[in-house]
Design a protein around this ligand. Structure first.
Ligand code: FE2
Length: 134
C-alpha cells in the first residue's frame, strides 16, 4: 500500500514526469473515498489520478497472473462499468468504455509504448488520450 508514495517520490525529481506524479500518487484512490493513500473522494482526486486508476485496473484485469488467467477485454469492461461512480470516475469511465478499446489494445500490443520517445512525454500523452477518446 506504500507504492503510490514511493513511486511518486521516485518520479518527482524527473522533469519529464512532473505532470504524471499526482497520477502515480493517487492511482489507488476511489471515487467513493475508499481508496488509498489518502482516501480522497470525487473531484478531490486529480484528473490524471482518475485516468491512471482506470488504465491500471484495465491493465491488471487483462494481464495474466500466476493465480489466474487474463480477463477478456469484454469482461474487464464489464467490471469497469460495475465500478463507475464507486471505484472509477463515471464520466471518464464512460469515455473509456465508448472508445475503440480494441484499437487502443492493438496499439499497445504493437509495442507503441516501447518506441515511446521519453523526452516528449506531453506529445505521447496527447496521442494516447486522443486514441482513447476517438
Ligand atoms: Fe498501483
Amino acid at each position: 500500500m506504500a507504492h503510490p508514495r514511493i513511486g511518486a517520490s521516485i518520479l518527482s525529481d524527473i522533469k519529464q514526469m512532473k505532470q504524471i506524479v499526482p497520477g502515480v500518487l493517487y492511482h489507488h484512490e476511489k471515487i467513493d473515498g475508499s481508496g488509498y493513500p489518502e482516501g480522497l473522494k470525487g473531484d478531490q482526486i486529480p484528473l490524471v489520478g482518475k485516468i491512471i486508476s482506470l488504465a491500471d485496473a484495465f491493465d491488471a484485469m487483462t494481464s495474466r497472473r500466476v493465480y489466474r488467467d487474463a480477463m477478456t477485454i469484454k469482461k474487464a469492461c464489464s467490471e469497469i462499468e460495475k465500478g463507475l461512480g464507486t471505484h472509477f470516475d463515471a464520466p471518464i469511465g464512460r469515455i473509456f468504455l465508448e472508445s475503440d478499446i480494441r484499437k487502443l489494445w492493438e496499439i499497445i500490443q504493437d509495442g507503441f509504448i516501447e518506441s515511446w520517445d521519453y523526452s516528449n512525454f506531453s506529445e505521447y500523452g496527447a496521442v494516447a488520450v486522443g486514441t482513447l477518446i476517438q
